[in-house]
Design a protein around this ligand. Structure first.
Ligand SMILES: N[C@@H](CCC(=O)N[C@@H](CS)C(=O)NCC(=O)O)C(=O)O
Length: 440
């Protein structure tokens, strides 16, 4: 436990080049000498499902690669050099020895040819290869049925039925395989389904109140998820419901909710008064957000604190975009979660810095120890101070902390167990301040 705690305090896990897949990595060598000859351009926030697919393939094949993170249009501009190479601006892009390859399905084939030693497709001409092609078509069918339902306000019942029929055939296809995966062995078909099935689970719960997982509806799909979540590559890049449900609308041009989804949406957004509040309910297969391999709250808290402390300047400035005087960026962005050019209210830096130190302290010590200790979170109308206790103005720091809380993305910023600790500890500080200031 001591070692695990020590490791958690490294906000950036040390073997980024060789260790388990991590969204912070910019270079993956897997221990192989020399400069990687493959470069992947993927989206900065790790939202793009097509990039997700390629990351999983590279990680599973352990092909050394470097990563350049590029903004998506919905939250920023792309560098001119990138646009010169790729006029469409679409991600993902692979560069191999100076050759530019676009379209994820083509990139998948190029990677298979580049590293035939670890094939992720059955041999050409085999019956399983034909089955793989059939399953890839089924994946596109699922994609269409999902979007037809998610993005439309009309035809709710019939779109749901169509979606259920396609999911039924996916469950049946999985049921025909000897193990948990689509074919006899894990491979490219699983990697192709994963980004969309993950987004389907989150978005249908939030917008349609429909549970794909957790109700025994499609047991083979459930078993497939469990097998995927046991794989370090998938676990390393797994996102969470909150991030997906807010990153999808700007990519898709909007998602349409139905009234029965409201309680699920509130739980996912943390506005139900429970899901982002301390004490956190354990994350388990039966919680709204199934997570494997699970959580270790003490370690997860340290991981969140380490990220906050080691990145404190950037995080404080980021939170100040939400303080009075903070402004949206000059170029309007569609993504609620990201606005790289937003302007922070720097005049409130000391207050936001002090508030986030309290949050870091609570994460490190636990709230009970913190409340019993000598550094309570104190608040008073701005300007006044009492007994040498730091005074924070709730009107300034509450919106800053809320802005940060609502923009913690998984896996970009933290893995889910640490992200929910950060969100809940920000709420703890917000609640304390609001009590002290009478609900500012
Ligand atoms: N058919 C393409 C689709 C790629 C695609 O639609 N990428 C989106 C992101 S999910 C994109 O780059 N859009 C431009 C942008 O958002 O900046 C593929 O499979 O690679």
């Amino acid at each position: 436990m001591v070692e695990a705690k020590q490791a958690a305090l490294d906000a950036v896990p040390p073997p980024l080049e060789t260790g388990p897949a991590h969204s912070y990595a910019l270079r993956r060598t897997f221990g192989q000498p020399g400069e990687p000859k493959v470069k992947l351009y993927r989206d900065h926030a790790a939202w793009c499902p097509y990039c997700h697919k390629i990351v999983l393939q590279l990680e599973e094949k352990r092909i050394p690669y470097v990563i350049e993170k590029i903004n998506m249009r919905c939250y920023g501009d792309k560098p001119r050099e990138f646009m010169q190479k790729v006029p469409s601006g679409l991600l993902p892009v692979l560069e191999v020895d100076g050759r530019i390859i676009t379209e994820s399905a083509v990139i998948q084939q190029v990677l298979e040819a580049l590293d035939p030693e670890t094939p992720m497709l059955p041999p050409e001409g085999s019956a399983e290869r034909a089955r793989a092609a059939e399953l890839m078509r089924l994946e596109r069918k699922l994609f269409s049925a999902w979007l037809q339902w998610l993005c439309n306000g009309w035809g709710h019942e019939s779109n749901k039925e169509t979606f259920k029929i396609v999911m039924g055939s996916i469950d049946a296809a999985l049921g025909e395989a000897p193990g948990p995966y689509f074919l006899s062995e894990f491979g490219l078909v699983d990697v192709t389904f994963a980004p969309f099935l993950e987004r389907i689970v989150s978005s249908l719960l939030y917008y349609k109140g429909f549970a794909v997982r957790g109700q025994g509806r499609w047991p083979n799909v459930e078993r497939w998820f469990e097998a995927m979540e046991a794989r370090p590559a998938y676990a390393g890049f797994k996102s969470d419901h909150y991030t997906h449900v807010h990153d999808l609308p700007p990519q898709l041009g909007g998602c349409v909710s139905v009234p029965e989804a409201a309680p699920f949406a509130a739980a996912i957004d943390g506005s139900d008064g429970r899901s982002w509040r301390l004490p956190l309910e354990p994350l388990s297969a039966t919680s709204l957000e199934a997570h494997s391999p699970g959580e270790q709250p003490e370690i997860d808290r340290l991981q969140a604190a380490a990220r906050l402390v080691q990145n404190h300047e950037a995080v404080t400035k980021f939170a100040l975009r939400g303080a009075p005087g903070g402004k949206a960026g000059p170029r309007p962005v569609a993504a609620e979660l990201c606005d790289p050019t937003a302007v922070p209210a720097m005049e409130h830096l000391p207050a936001a810095d002090a508030a986030l130190r309290h949050v870091a302290h609570a994460l490190l010590e636990g709230v009970e120890a913190k409340q019993a200790g000598r550094a309570p979170l104190a608040a008073a109308p701005s300007g006044s101070a009492s007994n040498g206790v730091a005074v924070l103005d709730g009107a300034v720091v509450v919106p800053a902390m809320a802005y940060l809380r609502d923009r913690v993305c998984v896996p970009r910023d933290l893995k889910l167990p640490a992200a929910r600790q950060l969100r809940a500890h920000l709420n703890f500080a917000i609640d304390e301040l609001q009590q002290l200031t009478g609900g500012t």
